[in-house]
Ligand binder design. Structure first.
Ligand SMILES: C[S@@+](CC[C@H](N)C(=O)[O-])C[C@H]1O[C@@H](n2cnc3c(N)ncnc32)[C@H](O)[C@@H]1O
Length: 290
């Protein structure tokens, strides 16, 4: 069924291949989004759905309207980049991070000037705020005072604004325990505002994981539910970049349905195959000749 769906969407896009090429060009130029890096099936489906829901019969007529309507370009960009997220998404993974990884990172780096975490493809901020809560608590529990920062990046500037604002509905905070809610949020109107203690450790910044560099090397990179949308060669390239951007023995955490692929296994130890946590090898494994 899903295969049929993908074929239909591919045919729909293929009928107006000139418009697809022009649309790709427009997205690169206007939003820095290179659709070539993403899985074709996913892109075709999303474009098909967006064209149909905006009332157009075919991609050609949609494209002609799109070039005259910057707001629709925004909507398409948002739709293609997929912002689904939540606080402590897949709680078991965060639990593992809290119990097994953060204490290790904090104790090993207790004499470091600063500890650096990077939340890649952070969407509207729920992920970096979840990480910040865990870090603040882990520091208290271990009696470690090493300062830390979380760089939170996303390709979409608009979605980052929500993260910077730090205001969330009560419903979206369902995975945040009652004690953390009181400690890190203030109720305002119908929602909750992140307190300064949490906000000040996070630095939100627009960046494209395919092209931009994060500055200082990181102790922990968290990139969840982004790689899954990329084509296989790009996934491989991005994971290699992560190994370059980590400190020696730094940790990498991926999403529940993501894993190391191809040659990337030479750069990382597999710490938790279930929770998708990896540790950079001191020295990459030698590639076996075939
Ligand atoms: C599904 S959300 C994942 C949010 C969060 N990491 C989580 O797991 O809940 C994927 C995010 O990746 C961002 N993204 C997609 N392509 C990107 C790229 N090339 N560079 C940086 N961010 C990207 C999207 O804008 C979106 O906010």
């Amino acid at each position: 069924m899903a295969k049929r769906w993908t074929q239909d969407a591919a045919q729909f896009v293929g009928k107006d291949s000139w418009a697809f090429e022009a649309l790709k060009e427009l997205l690169v130029q206007e939003r820095g989004l290179d659709l070539e890096a993403y899985k074709e099936s996913c892109i075709y489906r999303r474009i098909f759905l967006r064209v149909r829901s905006s009332g157009h019969e075919n991609l050609g007529s949609y494209y002609r309207a799109l070039v005259r309507d910057p707001e629709e370009l925004d909507r398409l960009f948002q739709y293609l980049t997929i912002h689904v997220t939540e606080f402590f998404r897949n709680p078991a993974a965060y639990d593992y991070l809290k119990r097994r990884i953060l204490p290790k990172i904090l104790l090993e780096s207790r004499n470091a000037a600063k500890l650096r975490i990077w939340s890649v493809g952070c969407s509207s901020g729920e992920e970096p705020y979840s990480l910040a809560m865990l870090m603040l608590k882990a520091r208290d529990e271990l009696g470690v005072s090493t300062p830390f920062t979380i760089l939170a990046t996303d390709i979409d500037e608009k979605i980052l604004k929500k993260g910077k604002k730090g205001y969330y509905s009560g419903d979206s905070l369902k995975n945040v325990g009652p004690r953390d809610l009181v400690r890190y949020f203030v109720q305002e109107g119908d929602g909750y505002q992140v307190k300064e203690e949490l906000a000040k450790v996070i630095n939100f910044r627009q960046a494209n994981i395919l092209t931009d560099r994060p500055g200082h090397r990181k102790n922990l990179i968290v990139c969840r539910n982004l790689l899954i949308y990329l084509s296989r060669p790009r996934q491989e390239k991005v994971i290699k970049r992560f190994s370059d951007f980590l400190v020696p023995s730094g940790h990498l955490m991926l999403g529940k349905a993501e894993t190391l692929i191809g040659q990337n296994r030479i750069y990382f130890h597999n710490i938790s195959p279930v929770e998708r946590i990896y540790r950079k090898r001191e020295v990459p494994l030698e590639i076996e000749e075939t």
